[in-house]
Design a protein around this ligand. Structure first.
Ligand SMILES: Cc1ncc(C[n+]2csc(CCOP(=O)(O)OP(=O)(O)O)c2C)c(N)n1
Length: 873
């Protein structure tokens, strides 16, 4: 034993000392039992609490109260009868295991570059199968299951047996482009009638599952949908639990008492590179974490064959040995055989050696971990299902690469194993008694016993009793009508205009209730506190206190049927809520209209991966980037000033991004956007930036709507130059056109660009169609083709945003933007600094038109290009 393990062991013994006086211990325990019998559990809790306080005062080292021993939480005596046919279920499970493995190996024999995983599903198979056979209820009124992504092959393999995926698709695992393949992971975008939840990016599944469970409560509390009895199951890797997102929602789940949520952490003790906690215990660590957050923790560590060992372990030597074993050693025991386990684990103490007297090496080899024993899994799932008042986590101990023998089980590199030779395949077949010949094995035949087989009859009967098959994703939902929206022409910010539009939607008799405003502790920043009182802030508990501002008209009102989701400072949480609402049409058959409004700087760059998950999920809703623009936010400075979100947004294929300047533009975008989501049911989502600069908003010009939605329309005619502006910088462009007319007698046309990204999308589409003989012209070309003079564009984003349309501008094109780091200063100073103010635009325009005029203008305005450009400063 090394010194370090001595330290670990002695730390263990400090709080788990040996029993120095068993008779005295018995007396204490008897007295305690008598107390529970006569005075009841409550009194026992009281006395324990008193004792603990007293022990603390006497400085007695206390055991970590959040940890329980390294054994199953459910005692043998409490274990329910297993209701299924174990023999048949094990045969089905063997077939699924084989088909999953064959699918991956086949693909990689044909194309070694394809990749895929065997070991993750091998560890998770029993956890999934018990769920499929006994727990997961299907349909829009059923359960929602978030699968561990690298176990996708097992889910396909089962769907194949269920007759839901033809063999041809299994044969095209990871070969999707021809239209008959299967996605690597759970991707609703690519398999829109199969996968519901994208979990491929570690950590997003867990946080999304939590907010999904919470959103179901929200729907229930608001009287929109009955969700009682439905469960959200999240299968999570133990390595995956290291992602900050995996942990981010744990306390919310407990705070809201989400007993509709069950996490199953597949504790195979390994991640990709090696052990999750080689030098410690991931199970114990996670137990403390979840229990500390307020969850009900169920440990599912050992299979039934360990029960007699624990029963005989009166001195606790087995438990002691388990506690001193770190995960790196458990992995070694998984990778080795019964003989090694006997010598190194059991033979360490004479009492332990006695405990296994009579067991052969083969018996020891067969000792199951809890996550591989359907009886124990069933017991844990049922307990989780019945638990009330808290979310439950099941920490299921498994072996990574279970059944892959010395080729993969417990091996350090097993995560990435995707090929097995014939000998390994034959051993796998034998291990699980898969009824295939050597020849079948060599050919990697998929196994299907036929609809009349006992196995498939059983499998279908189980699924029928649970309401059908899953995963299945619904694409359609009832349509909802969207009212016409009006933006008042007044002096205000686009943020305020947005809040007014939001209120109009929320007051609509039909649609109103379906609107979900979401904020991450920035409602006041966006002037949304006006909505607090009228619509209420959702809280599972209502409001247990009198708010400090209760005498004010617009006080802080929390309510169980509150409509606003105020998530606190968690953009990841708020985005997850948005995602749940934006996919409610599919998960619950109940279309909602979510608006998540946030500091735009903390969107695409902060939680961009969650936005990808939303795109993958075919989310339908609005993301509203508030306080947007690198110069419009003014004083906040570098880390708050967003100059890039539109560039990021342009890379999301189903995101429609807009940067409006005027209220009527915003109204058109929101109204028509909502129609696309709720009436046409297009799988797109909107990103709209709004800003907090006050200025006058004109009435809508006639016939502008089409151009607003396409991305640009003309505000002013001009014969010598064309100026393009977006967002608040459009006003600088308008001022520049005035300067050009008044100071330089130059006639400039002005165009409002509501979306460079939509213009680019249109341009790309047209350019491609031209390559294939089409005759269309891009909208940019249609707008500018008949005008004259160079084209100058400016926005409050990096110049690459305006540059997106360069290929489609028919003449000389100058793209101005706010490249570089942000600064704290006034808007005027910032715009001058970044050279997107009216005068800089005039200089850029004149430089493109007539260099002599530009030189005059530089002199007249006192602007000289001194020093390095702003993006280098
Ligand atoms: C955000 C993210 N980072 C990295 C990966 C690559 N990756 C895929 S699986 C994996 C290891 C997973 O280990 P664990 O969660 O323990 O699951 P297991 O396969 O062992 O059951 C890694 C690092 C990923 N998919 N997502």
């Amino acid at each position: 034993m090394t010194d370090l393990s001595a330290i670990v062991t002695s730390a263990f013994w400090r709080v788990n000392p040996p029993d120095a006086d068993p008779v005295e211990t018995r007396e204490w325990l008897d007295a305690f039992d008598a107390l529970v019998e006569t005075a009841g559990r409550e009194r026992a809790t009281f006395l324990l609490r008193k004792l603990l306080d007293h022990a603390r005062a006497r400085r007695v080292p206390l055991p970590p109260v959040l940890n329980t021993p390294y054994k199953n939480s459910i005692a043998l005596a409490e274990q329910p009868q297993f209701p299924g046919n174990l023999e048949l279920e094990s045969r089905i499970s063997a077939m699924v295991r084989w088909n999953a493995l064959a699918m991956v190996v086949r693909a990689n024999r044909a194309y070694p570059e394809l990749g895929g995983h065997i070991a993750s599903y091998a560890s998770a198979a029993d956890l999934f199968e018990v769920g499929f056979n006994h727990f997961f209820r299907a349909g829009q009124g059923g359960d929602l299951v978030y699968f561990q992504p690298h176990s996708a092959p097992g889910v396909y393999a089962r769907a194949y047996l269920e007759g839901r995926l033809p063999e041809e698709r299994l044969a095209h695992y990871r070969q999707e482009t021809g239209g008959k393949g299967l996605s690597s992971y759970c991707h609703p975008y690519l398999m829109a009638e199969f996968w519901q939840f994208p979990t491929g990016s570690m950590g997003l599944g867990p946080i999304n599952a939590i907010y999904q469970a919470r959103f179901m409560r929200y729907l229930e509390h608001r009287g929109l949908l009955k969700t009682a009895g439905r469960k959200v199951w999240a299968f999570v890797g133990d390595g995956e639990m290291d992602e900050p997102e995996s942990l981010a929602g744990l306390s919310l789940a407990a705070r809201d008492g989400l007993d509709n949520l069950i996490f199953v952490v597949n504790c195979n003790l390994q991640r990709l590179d090696g052990p999750v906690r080689g030098n410690g215990s991931v199970v114990q660590e996670l137990e403390g974490l979840f229990a500390g957050a307020g969850w009900n923790v169920l440990k599912l560590l050992w299979g039934s064959d360990w029960d007699p060992l624990f029963a005989r372990d009166v001195d606790g030597v087995l438990l002691k040995r388990l506690h001193e074993t770190v995960d790196g050693e458990f992995q070694m025991y998984a990778a080795t055989d019964g003989r090694f386990n006997r010598e190194h684990f059991f033979n360490k103490y004479p009492e332990l050696r006695d405990l296994i007297a009579g067991m052969s090496d083969e018996d020891i080899d067969r000792l199951h971990r809890g996550g591989h024993d359907p009886v124990k899994i069933y017991a844990a799932y049922r307990a989780a299902l019945q638990h009330e008042g808290q979310p439950t986590v099941i920490l299921a101990q498994t072996k990574k690469g279970y059944g892959m023998g010395h080729w993969g089980q417990g091996k350090m590199g097993t995560h990435q194993q995707k090929k097995l030779d014939d000998e390994a395949l034959r051993e796998f077949r034998d291990r699980f008694a898969v009824p295939l010949s050597d020849e079948d094995v060599a050919q990697l035949r998929f196994l299907n016993p036929g609809a009349d087989s006992q196995e498939l009859k059983y499998l279908h009967a189980r699924r029928q009793s649970l309401g059908g098959y899953l995963p299945t994703r619904a694409r359609e939902a009832p349509q909802l009508a969207v009212p016409a929206l009006q933006a008042a022409p007044r002096n205000q910010s686009t943020t305020m205009a947005f809040v007014q539009l939001l209120s109009q939607l929320m007051k609509d008799p039909q649609l109103g209730k379906r609107v979900v405003p979401i904020v991450a502790d920035e409602a006041r920043t966006f002037g949304m506190q006006t909505l607090f009182r009228q619509f209420g802030i959702y809280s599972a508990l209502g409001q247990l206190y009198e708010p400090e501002d209760h005498e004010e008209l617009l006080y802080y009102r929390e309510a169980q049927d509150g409509q606003i989701l105020e998530e606190g400072i968690t953009e990841a949480g708020a985005l997850s809520s948005w995602l749940a609402a934006a996919t409610s049409y599919s998960a619950h058959g109940l279309p909602m209209l979510p608006f998540y409004i946030y500091y735009s700087m903390f969107g695409f760059q902060r939680v961009g991966d969650l936005i990808w998950a939303a795109a993958d999920s075919r989310a339908r809703g609005f993301l509203v980037g508030g306080t947007a623009g690198r110069t419009t936010l003014a004083g906040e400075g570098l880390q708050h000033q967003d100059g890039s979100s539109h560039l990021a947004a342009s890379t999301f294929p189903n995101c429609r991004a807009y940067d409006p300047c005027f209220g009527y533009e915003l109204a058109a975008i929101v109204e028509h956007g909502a129609r696309r989501l709720l009436e046409a049911q297009d799988d797109v989502f909107y990103y709209v930036t709004v800003a907090n600069e006050n200025y006058p908003h004109p009435a809508a010009p006639a016939d502008a709507t089409d151009g607003i939605l396409r991305g640009m329309y003309r505000l002013r005619e001009g014969s010598q130059l064309q100026l393009l502006g977006s967002g608040p910088i459009l006003r600088e462009v308008l001022a520049a056109a005035d300067l050009l007319a008044n100071d330089w007698k130059v006639s400039a046309g002005v165009w409002s660009v509501t979306s460079f990204t939509e213009l680019r999308r249109d341009g790309m589409r047209v350019e491609r169609s031209q390559r294939y003989g089409g005759k269309e012209r891009s909208w940019v070309e249609q707008c500018l083709g008949s005008t004259k003079g160079p084209v100058i564009a400016a926005s409050d984003y990096v110049s690459a945003v305006a540059d997106l349309i360069r290929p489609y501008v028919p003449r000389k094109y100058v793209a101005l933007g706010t490249d570089g780091f942000g600064r704290s200063d006034t808007r005027a100073a910032l715009r001058a600094f970044f050279e997107v103010d009216a005068k800089s635009i005039v200089i850029a325009a004149l430089a493109a038109l007539d260099e002599r005029l530009a030189a005059d203008a530089r002199r007249r305005y006192g602007i000289d290009a001194v020093g390095r450009p702003p993006w280098e400063r």
